[in-house]
Design a protein around this ligand. Structure first.
Ligand SMILES: Cc1ncc(COP(=O)(O)O)c(C=O)c1O
Length: 419
């Protein structure tokens, strides 16, 4: 008898869905479409030649080690490098505070394994990173949402929600995916004080912190928390779990990210990771270390900043010129995305359908809202396309929006006549 597979799937799979964004992006895979949809880095900035040299060197000099199993915590020199980098920013990080993961997406999943019971509620920004919602759906998490303005999440709302006992606060303080918004320094300090007062930890997800194109670098939440705790040189043992990744500074294809957390939390996460994949690729970690060391990564990040800031500027200029009144957008100081708000009665999914017909695509905003709101929003990526393509894509999108908005006014006019 043939297995009825759907009856065998675990209950937790009932809430699992393919990412709405990935499904929509399939629409955009036609070759002549201009896509602002994915969160893709520009492939022309990948340091391919440097990777080739490092691969050769690692295989020649340490090939047997690179192709062997290794420890779950990660390649020690790479953990030491990450800890040194954190110390440069003033945080007392010991390599034992660091766990290498297969991208920070795996870190989000491991956090789910270690922290989330079915029905636990998590405090998230509205909108928030879709990949986190997807990772935690299989742990049957529920969400309480905090609104945002141009200075990031509203910390007064955080305080009222903290009284309801969320498991943790999920925060994306730098150039948030999807909105591009940055949490102000005053609100960072307030968030740290609130976490301390209510005993609720913060999960800080920071893939874009190094990609700032203007203004002063702001201290991370983990750093402010370390300052608050005043650890006197002992390894970090505070209220924040910090995630970052090499995906946006080296290359996403190597699938390497990391977690910084109190040692007690790292030990649990290591057990969870053992069950998931034993360890991240030894070879990828050794190559990434060799590529990054000796100042190459710092130099390379400067190149990326230059290129992405030109692309952001090209998009902002084109939006100013081509978009109709009634549509607004954020002006991010870094990262990969900006955020559109259409008039209240417009649906981003309808705009996308009309846009694809004109060979331009983006991601409608609603999937980034765990409470199902935000239908009149959309995310635009500006890192992937070159400035001339960005200008052409925004011009096309402007035409689509003007015609939809004119159509909406005509429809309203017609209804008025009928009434
Ligand atoms: C906020 C955020 N967290 C995590 C990730 C996952 O990154 P990766 O798994 O490539 O490190 C991304 C990717 O775009 C992201 O934007």
């Amino acid at each position: 008898m043939l297995t009825r597979w759907s009856e065998r799937f675990a209950q937790r799979t009932h809430g699992m869905r393919s990412s709405a964004v990935r499904e929509l992006l399939k629409l955009t895979e036609q070759p002549d479409i201009i896509s602002f949809g994915g969160g893709l880095p520009a492939p022309e900035v990948f340091p391919v030649e440097k990777f080739r040299e490092s691969c050769d060197k690692i295989l020649r000099e340490e090939g047997k080690k690179a192709l062997q199993y290794s420890t779950t915590e990660g390649y020690r020199p790479l953990r030491e490098m990450i800890a040194r980098h954190a110390v440069r920013f003033g945080i007392n990080i010991h390599p034992d505070n660091v766990l290498l993961t297969s991208g920070s997406q795996q870190a989000l999943d491991l956090i789910g394994t270690v922290f989330i019971n079915p029905g636990d509620h998590l405090l998230v920004e509205r909108p928030t990173y879709l990949g986190a919602l997807q990772a935690w759906r299989s742990y049957q998490a529920e969400y309480a949402c905090v609104s945002m303005d141009d200075d990031g999440m509203l910390t007064d709302e955080v305080e009222s929600q903290l009284r309801t006992g969320p498991k943790f606060i999920y925060a994306l303080p730098n150039f948030q995916n999807p909105s591009g918004v940055t949490l102000s320094i005053a609100r960072r300090r307030r968030l740290i004080a609130l976490a301390d007062h209510y005993g609720v930890p913060i999960l800080e997800d920071d893939p874009y912190g190094q990609l700032r194109y203007e203004g002063e670098h702001l201290p991370s939440l983990v750093m402010l928390d370390d300052e608050r705790a005043g650890a006197n040189g002992a390894p970090y043992a505070g209220n924040v779990i910090y995630l970052s990744t090499f995906s946006k500074t080296l290359a996403p294809g190597i699938r390497l990210g990391w977690i910084i957390a109190p040692v007690e939390v790292i030990q649990r996460l290591v057990q969870a990771k053992q069950g998931a994949d034993l360890h991240s690729s030894t070879f990828a970690q050794m190559v990434a270390y060799d590529v990054a060391k000796g100042g190459f990564l710092d130099q390379h990040v400067k190149v990326i900043r230059q290129i992405y800031s030109e692309r952001r500027d090209a998009m902002l200029r084109a939006l100013d010129t081509c978009f109709p009144d009634g549509v607004t957008w954020t002006r991010p100081k870094g990262g990969l995305f900006l955020w559109l708000r259409f008039p209240e009665d417009m649906d981003g999914a309808d705009v996308l359908k009309a846009a694809v017909a004109q060979k331009v695509a983006f991601v409608p905003g609603q999937p980034f809202f765990p409470d199902g709101s935000g239908a009149n929003t959309a995310r635009l990526n500006f890192s992937y396309c070159t400035p001339d393509i960005i200008e052409e894509g925004i011009r096309r999108l402007g035409v689509v929006l003007k015609s939809l908005m004119k159509g909406a006014r005509v429809a309203v006019g017609a209804r008025e006549v009928h009434v």
